[in-house]
Design a protein around this ligand. Structure first.
Ligand SMILES: [Zn+2]
Ligand SMILES: [Zn+2]
Length: 69
């Protein structure tokens, strides 16, 4: 039934802090299209260059391109 479908896409939580990604929050998309709070994924990537959802390797060079200031 409809209620059995997992929630995905908009409204999915940041799996690092388990809080919903709210409109207006600074967020960051990884190459695998998982999205996290910018502060959460920045702290995570200091420890591990993998996506915390799917464990895809994250290219450090690509991360550097995120820096906008
Ligand atoms: Zn978060
Ligand atoms: Zn991912």
């Amino acid at each position: 039934s409809e209620s059995c479908k997992p929630r995905s896409g908009a409204g999915s939580p940041c799996v690092i802090c388990m809080l919903e990604l709210a409109r207006g929050d600074p967020v960051r998309f990884l190459p695998c299209l998982h999205v996290y709070h910018a502060a959460c994924i920045d702290a995570w990537l200091l420890r591990s260059f993998t996506c915390p959802s799917c464990m895809e390797p994250v290219d450090a060079a690509l991360l550097a391109s995120y820096e906008t200031h």
